[in-house]
Design a protein. Sequence first.
Length: 424
Amino acid sequence: MKQDKKPTTDTGMAGCPSGGTCGADCGTCGEAEATAANLPVNTIRHKILVMSGKGGVGKSTVAANLAISLALQGRQVGLMDVDIHGPSIPKMLHLEDAEVTSVDGHIQPVQLAGVKMMSIGLLLRDRDAAVIWRGPLKMGAIKQFLEEVEWGELDYLIIDSPPGTGDEPLSVCQLAAPLDGAIVITTPQDVATADVRRSIAFCHQLDLRVIGVVENMSGFVCPHCGTVTDIFKSGGGERMAASMEVPFLGRIPIDPAIGASCDDGRPFVYHYNKSETAKAFAGITVPILALSDGENAGGAKPAENTNQETGSMKIAIPTAEGKVCMHFGHCEQFALLDVDAAGKQVTGKTMVTPPPHEPGVLPKWLHEQGANVILAGGMGQRAQGLFQENGIQVVVGAPAGTPEELAGQYLAGTLVAGENVCDH
Ligand code: ADP
């Protein structure tokens, strides 16, 4: 494969980001045309826009942590920062010095914490330069991000758009169509303002589903005892969502560890995954995971995860002393639960003893046992990939419980996957 140089031009983009529509004489449109013939085949199952009425409410923080939380639960995730004027994702994740390369004319996303990322901030030569682009140029950049970045196979592309209802969210809605929907971020103080309602109205006008509202900075987590105190009145986001007849996805408290993790360049949910705040992020992923499931929980995709001939499903759960075992490779037995996919009922359970632990053995063995889904406490990225290669969907961060309880929650759509606790 050809390893090209960093894909920058005078505007900091590969080729003219406007695709020639801006009328600027930058001399790069020929290059844009040349690469267009080589577009990578991206398969992106779900595209979600993250919006807010105004800046500073934690939109980028929520977008980045949701993306990482989904990746921790075994999903293939991309994070696209289309905040052209104030791209904060690279800074937040300490990726400012990351080198973006292009291979065979395809821009390679930067990878961190299991998430593929691309931001205009990664492509600008001078990261402090103000970007002065009009609508068509911004549209070209967003188009290029969607078409020329080699995202590959993704379950989710989370798109962090600038605050408000300007060119960028509009361009995303046009260029990335069909989108699954938008998540609107607000703070408790912000909910009464017209801005957030405008974001929701924007979605309605564009026929874009509002997946839900997240109330960020809702209460304060004491760094000493972990107690959450409502320093501003919380709950307004939920009431506002109810009044606008859109779902409410949950609250994220003000957690000093979020700011500290930004300062240290350590993605918050990845490094502090045992915290209550990380669990709050994981809770918000539940309805997002349900998008793949036809509104099932935990990320099951019944069409893919059921036995095509019988319509049934088999859920594997590693156990020790009758409960889920956090280290699947070292469990005593696997519970194999038969599910009538149509009725979403557990119809039987078999306990099976796995072969001696060796890397790569269990995914193949569970595939032979007919498993379609594994609910595990923790699992490393490599093992998750091996299960997926064997056609087994992985849900990590399953809470303590018996196999029947977990399978029941999973099928009912109430399983809240928490931290990926694998330390192997
Ligand atoms: P936006 O994208 O809405 O402009 P950011 O995500 O950049 O907002 O967040 C603004 C600032 O607030 C950042 O410094 C971020 O670390 C901080 N922040 C966001 N959410 C939280 C939270 N829940 N707890 C603590 N700090 C937060």
